[in-house]
Design a protein around this ligand. Structure first.
Ligand SMILES: [Zn+2]
Length: 115
């Protein structure tokens, strides 16, 4: 199966501003998904279920960026048949930063951090 990651397509500057605002508002994890160097999809306020997908180092889905009518979109594809009760996960592939976010996915090949 596959589905779209729905959200508002915004530029880097806006994403930085919103990230700070969400932090202030206490929205712990913001749902900002990087598409490329300059475009980020913000699903915080108008996303669909895709934004609740958790990270796993050994995921059953993967995210791919496709261009539909000159607009970049994120599509989540399943890598294998997924059971109804099975949790859907994918590898967030966060950029490497000094401040590490611990990963709690419990996969055998867990990298230990999200970035
Ligand atoms: Zn992990």
């Amino acid at each position: 199966f596959f589905f779209f990651y729905v959200g508002q397509s915004i530029r880097q500057v806006i994403a930085d501003m919103r990230e700070r605002r969400y932090e202030k508002e206490g929205i712990g994890s913001s749902y900002l998904f990087r598409v490329d160097q300059d475009i980020i999809i913000d699903a915080t306020k108008c996303g669909n279920l895709a934004r609740f997908i958790n990270h796993s180092c050994n995921p059953n889905c993967y995210a791919k960026i496709v261009t539909v009518e000159a607009q970049k979109k994120i599509v989540i594809y399943s890598r294998q048949p997924v059971n109804v009760n099975e949790e859907i996960t994918y590898d967030y592939k966060f950029p490497i930063e000094d401040e590490k976010i611990p990963c709690l996915c419990a996969a055998e090949n867990c990298r230990g951090t999200l970035n």
